[in-house]
Design a protein around this ligand. Structure first.
Ligand code: ZN
Length: 104
């Protein structure tokens, strides 16, 4: 089953199968990802410039800004969810953190 992914509205949204799936207003706490000097970077995703699927995971290119220190940068291949049986399941921000920071 083919899943169609694209950016919408000048990068304000990620569209998956022609429905708006991920908006650019999410704030993602990144503790181990080296985004800025903050211990935990609370990164507001401001816009998306790319989207693709990598092994059932939906990854985006995004411009983010840390709401603590104001540092702004792009992140390539940022995982926002996965495709299960042709349907998109968005990660919660906390879920993402547990993925990049496996315990133990
Ligand atoms: Zn910061």
């Amino acid at each position: 089953m083919t899943v169609a992914v694209r950016t919408l509205d000048d990068g304000a949204w990620i569209s998956i199968n022609d429905s708006r799936a991920v908006s650019n207003s999410g704030i993602w706490p990144l503790a181990h990802y080296d985004f800025c000097d903050c211990e935990v970077a609370y990164v507001l995703l401001e816009s998306f410039y790319d989207v693709g699927i990598d092994h059932h995971e939906v990854v985006v290119g995004t411009i983010g800004q840390c709401i603590e220190c104001g540092h702004q940068d792009s992140i390539d291949d940022f995982p926002v969810g996965r495709i299960v049986d042709g349907e998109f399941h968005a990660y919660e921000a906390s879920e993402f953190q547990s993925l990049v920071e496996p315990e133990g």
